[in-house]
Design a protein around this ligand. Sequence first.
Ligand code: ADP
Length: 398
Amino acid sequence: MKVLVLNCGSSSLKYQLFDMTSEKVLAKGLVERIGIDGSRVKHEKTGIEPLKFDIPIPNHKVGIKVVLDTLLDGDQGVIRGLDELRAVGHRVVHGGEKFARSVIVTPEVLEVIEECVPLAPLHNPANLMGIKAMMEVLPYVPQVAVFDTAFHQTMPDYAYIYGLPFHYYEKQRVRRYGFHGTSHFYVAYRAAEMLEKPIEDLKIVTCHLGNGSSISAVRGGRSIDTSLGFGTVPGVLMGTRCGDIDPTVILYLMEQDGIDPKSMSHIIHKESGLQGISGISSDLRDVEEAAAEGNDRARLALDILCYGIRKHVCAYAGAMGGIDAIVFTAGIGENSTTVRKMVCQGLEFLGAKINLERNNVRGKEAFINEPDSRVSIMVVPTNEELVIARDTRELAIG
Ligand code: ADP
């Protein structure tokens, strides 16, 4: 039983083909520069050398056809006929307040995803394009939408309503939505399995730390708070996004320097964060290297990042009335021994003691706490595609 998982960006498309009996990835790949000169495909059949080729790809529909042809290819392919594809799962960034779980795509679902475009103007249109193209190419195959926002729909109102005049929520749905929900869900449930405890009994802080980052409080398997909000800027420092700042700073700069909304948006999304503070790079590896060589702004960027994460962990322990586990995931969380060490040093009062030897691990599941630590500290590589594939199987195949 095979399920294809698709993640469409405005000019790119990532895919993974799962065999859902074994939950193994049979092939995965990436189509880049869709609609731009120099389109290229990278396809990797599990176990053999990746295949890379250039081919003109004017739109997502052509991109999807190229992916399907490659999946059918004699040498590189993993299926013999398209009828082997039982369902397609799509990552969709924003489901607004309408979707608290994954759904089979229907015309009504497409309408709601469209309605959510103003909330995620860069992502939802690309996700929609991918779904529609797939529906045209494979009209008889069920499509499932899995939303980044869905897991956080369990937050209580006092966690998601901002202190603005209430009509902004009532009329325009301005509220905290949160993102990376599929990742927080996966690592929290996987952590419970690793702890061999029912998720219902656990209070977990999940730290998804990548180019974009968010921290979530997961109590009893439900998200009760998360650091991203209406948009993808708040919370901890990110690669190029500023994280929490006083909103009056934005007004002040716009007024004083005559900055227009578009430029201001560029500053807080693309020029800030690790990049803005260090002046070196948005990539943590470069920042860590420079800090180790004595660059003081790189040191500062690293300190701000880790201090922010530590503050969120403590705040969410308070929000949940306790904490059983801290889980690190995504590029930084899975790989940076430095960030994990800096975040956890100072959390001993919470009952979280990191073991520096065990912390010396990258990209695999591990407990990195001292044996007598009351709070488990864990590394759990995320797997959003597997969640999408599982939801797709459950909804579309049963
Ligand atoms: P995205 O949000 O784009 O999916 P990722 O989850 O891939 O991002 O995370 C990218 C971040 O992970 C980058 O800042 C990168 O520097 C960091 N990272 C990856 N590997 C390492 C490593 N070995 N040590 C430190 N940071 C790392």
